[in-house]
Design a protein around this ligand. Structure first.
Ligand code: TXA
Ligand code: MG
Length: 353
């Protein structure tokens, strides 16, 4: 692999340096790759209309070619050229949730290169709310294809250091805009048919979607493992994901039983010579005896758990643990997205107590 001279640009989201934005935008216009913060996770961007540039994203991430990319816009006026039709639901959803953590799947127009849509007839479009993302897309004058800026299979990056750890020397620019707010990726919703179908739970909750459009169907792979019988409509859902180096095991049930079970498993694993991590929550942090115990957030404030989830999984790697026992969370609101990511990180290794 060619080693690029990656430039790191620190940009303050509250006081954006336009010269730095213009520098990064020029790289995008010239067919380069730029990692940048969004409100959900960091993305790795390239000009969506430049097939050669888009291939660089797949190459840098080691991403399978059959996994399509989301195209990011910074103005509703860009939408017309990118999609074949704009259903009524799209307008309702865009008015309510854009800019924000929602990706809508449309029938694609002919200007979308096949490499983006991975052979599908559709394209995912997202209008992010992060000011740096908006300024960068606006200054580049092109729609920006951007998957999460991690090496394929790893947890998505929520701070620039994660991007540096994964992609240094593989991309042209990494914009450091501090830590992201939401922490899990955008919700992916297919609106090409009648009733909208949730393909990936994310920053916008199912409850919020339903309040905007009424009925929403949930693709079976959102909570269950992909099997020969269940083929995901979002190709990305079939791959191993969000995996730290350590094995993850989720323990689900009432707090008291979960704590008991995790402590028992911890003892067993320690006896077997393993270094054990426990992903606790604020209220259970003092209940465990593992080698590395980290709180992922406050049970009563699931948004804190979403914000810390990927960061915490990467911290266990830094601590060098062999196995991580993790408490599960409720499916309500953003909890659905958290459970989806956590269960995938665990390869659906879930113990119910
Ligand atoms: O929050 C996010 O969405 C972040 C930031 C950077 O915007 N991006 C992101 O992209 O998470 P990525 O590539 O890591 O995940 C995109 C997901 C994958 O599961 C992919 O298969 C699915 O969306 N997807 C993309 N285009 C699709 C399409 N046309 N039809 C069905 N699923 C699609
Ligand atoms: Mg991703």
């Amino acid at each position: 692999m060619i080693c690029l001279n990656t430039e790191i640009l620190k940009i303050n989201a509250d006081n954006i340096d336009q010269e730095k934005i213009e520098f990064a935008a020029r790289i995008l216009r010239n067919g380069g790759t730029v990692a940048f913060p969004t409100e959900t996770v960091y993305g790795l961007g390239a000009n969506a209309l430049d097939e050669v540039a888009v291939r660089k994203i797949f190459h840098a991430k080691g991403r399978p070619a059959d996994n399509p990319l989301i195209v990011h816009i910074s103005d509703m006026k860009q939408l017309d050229r990118l999609v074949r039709e704009i259903p009524d639901n799209a307008i309702k959803l865009a008015e309510r949730f854009w800019p924000g953590p929602l990706t809508l799947i449309f029938k694609k127009s002919e200007i979308i290169p096949d490499v983006i849509s991975a052979g599908l007839e559709t394209v995912g479009i997202r209008f992010p709310s992060h000011p740096i993302a908006q300024e960068l897309i606006h200054a580049s004058h092109v729609p920006i294809a951007a998957p999460s800026a991690n090496v394929s299979g790893k947890p998505s990056p929520t701070i620039a250091q994660h991007v540096i750890d994964d992609l240094m020397g593989k991309v042209d620019v990494i914009i450091d805009g501090g830590s992201v707010k939401v922490g899990v990726e955008s919700t992916v919703l297919d609106i090409t048919g009648g009733i909208p179908v949730l393909l990936r739970p994310g920053g916008v909750t199912v409850e919020e979607l339903k309040s905007a459009v009424g009925e929403v169907m949930i693709d079976p792979v959102v909570l269950d493992k992909v099997t020969d019988h269940v083929i995901p409509r979002a190709p990305g859902m079939k791959y191993t994901h969000y995996s730290p180096k350590a094995q993850v095991i989720v323990v689900e049930g009432e707090d008291e039983k979960v704590i008991q079970k995790i402590n028992m498993l911890t003892e067993q694993s320690k006896k077997a010579g393993l270094k054990v991590g426990v992903m606790a929550m604020d209220h259970t942090l003092h209940c465990y005896h593992a080698d590395c115990i980290l709180s992922v957030g406050n049970k009563e404030l699931p948004s804190t758990i979403a914000a810390n989830l990927f960061y915490t999984l990467r911290e266990f790697d830094r601590a060098g643990v062999d196995i991580i026992y993790a408490q599960s969370v409720s499916e309500k609101g953003i909890g659905l997205a958290i459970r989806n990511r956590l269960n995938k990180a665990a390869g659906y290794n879930i113990i119910k107590v």
